[in-house]
Design a protein around this ligand. Structure first.
Ligand code: URA
Length: 443
């Protein structure tokens, strides 16, 4: 079929229409994204449009059109050569969130193909790719060919976003980041879904985080985002559901790359912290449901638990690490992963119950230790980070150790240690500790 020739776009008119609360049609949105990519729509025009969307929003039809236009700005991977259901998970980002590393092999061990594309850490949140690279030799930069071949062979691949998937998102996100237009639900929705839809999946489970360490600080806002993601994903033809989960304290006991990977591997050994295990099992169960492999939550949890207890999830992780060039001995012995040599500890200044552990403070402290980056091109220190010795609800006495900090550069310790100290709230009353899972959203 001959390609439709694009008419010159009346970009100022489209921006003005959105500014006045009007609606853009599918073709206009496609032309705007195509023009943005070929340079006929300038960055300042796209930024103005993003601001108009920020204030006026987009309805579901517009958001679907935006999602698909961004998806189609690059390659769309086909995984039709694989018969099994293909399901991925996406988290909106938190502190200590190492779930993907244990989740992917568990779900793959249950027979679902998991084409998982993840990101790098930026700012206070860590990135799965940096955590995986703490495993010596592990390659996250597979080509699309290698990715497809590995999925067929092992049922799971853990890789980075390739530059040719949804390139318009990368450019648009860079503009949103510097124009105060990140926190727009239709723009976040199209940004997240466009990348995921380009992976060739059948279904997607979202972990929408809410709380002090999350993008969305309040439950109503996080619920609105989750509902939008689910609805737009379904309108785009995929089975999408979301878990709303609590991000008011870091997940598990570790923040930092090697530390978090070790903790995630412990889950595959049937150990690890309760909250991390609960979150992983719930998301895994939802992925099995989305894949059509189970009908009830009880069935899903039984299946997930047995994949861990009978060692098949661990074996799957070994295959993945081996296939991606990593040292597979790390999977059997997670403590092989090195932590950095300079350390300090943070102790309780008063007695009582731990009532809060600030995720933002710890995320930034970990970044200050070298575990994260403030600019995309910076290197990370794999062994840097923080190990907590307590969780919210624990009782402590003056002088008890609350956390150990690790870094390869001694000079980084002092500032990070005082930051970590400010993250603990200790009080006389025992706090109510609730599950991390707040709600499941399927419509
Ligand atoms: N994550 C994304 O991928 N895009 C957004 O817009 C926000 C969070």
């Amino acid at each position: 079929m001959a390609k439709r020739k694009r008419q010159p776009l009346a970009v100022p008119e489209l921006i003005a229409r959105k500014r006045e609360g009007g609606k853009l049609d599918e073709q206009e949105i496609r032309d705007l994204i195509a023009g943005f990519m070929d340079g006929s729509v300038a960055d300042y025009q796209m930024s103005a449009l993003a601001m108009a969307v920020f204030f006026r929003g987009m309805d579901f039809d517009e958001t679907v059109a935006m999602t698909l236009a961004i998806r189609d700005s690059g390659k769309v991977v086909s995984l039709d050569h694989i018969d099994a259901p293909k399901v991925d998970k996406h988290s909106t980002g938190g502190v200590g969130d190492k779930v993907s590393i244990c989740l992917a092999p568990i779900v793959a061990a249950c027979g679902v193909v998991v084409p998982m594309m993840s990101g790098r850490g930026l700012g206070h949140t860590g990135g799965t790719l940096d955590k995986l690279e703490a495993i010596p030799g592990f390659r996250v930069d597979l080509s699309v060919r290698e990715f497809r071949a590995q999925l067929r062979k092992t049922g799971c691949a853990l890789i980075g976003q390739t530059g040719d998937l949804a390139p318009a998102d990368k450019r648009l996100y860079a503009l949103r980041d510097v124009t105060g237009t990140v926190e727009s639900i239709p723009l976040i929705t199209s940004s997240i879904l466009s990348k995921k839809l380009a992976e060739g999946i059948d279904a997607l489970v979202l972990d929408v985080k809410v709380g002090r360490g999350a993008f969305m600080k309040t439950e109503p806002k996080a619920r609105e985002l989750a509902r939008c993601l689910v609805r737009v994903g379904r309108l785009a033809g995929k089975r999408v559901s979301a878990l709303l989960t609590d991000m008011n304290a870091p997940i598990g006991y570790t923040i930092g790359n090697a530390l978090e990977t070790t903790e995630a591997l412990e889950v595959l050994h049937g150990q690890g912290p309760d909250d991390l295990r609960e979150l992983t099992y719930e998301l895994a169960g939802e992925m099995l449901r989305a894949a059509g492999m189970v009908k009830t939550k009880a069935q899903a949890l039984r299946r997930v638990e047995s994949a861990v207890l009978d060692g098949t999830a661990l074996e799957k992780m070994q295959q993945i690490v081996d296939a991606q060039g990593g040292d597979p001995r790390v999977v059997e012995e997670p403590n092989r992963l090195a932590v950095a040599r300079h350390r300090s500890t943070c102790v309780a200044a008063s007695s009582g119950y731990v009532r809060g552990i600030g995720p933002l403070e710890l995320g930034y402290a970990s970044m200050g230790l070298g575990a994260g980056r403030s600019r995309a091109e910076e290197e990370v220190d794999s062994g840097a980070g923080i190990r907590l010795h307590v969780q919210v609800g624990d009782q402590v006495r003056v002088g008890d150790e609350l956390a150990t900090l690790y870094t390869s550069e001694r000079a980084r310790l002092r500032a990070a240690t005082s930051r970590v100290a400010t993250s603990f709230r200790i009080g006389k009353r025992r706090p109510l500790v609730r599950s991390r899972i707040i709600e499941t959203i399927r419509r």
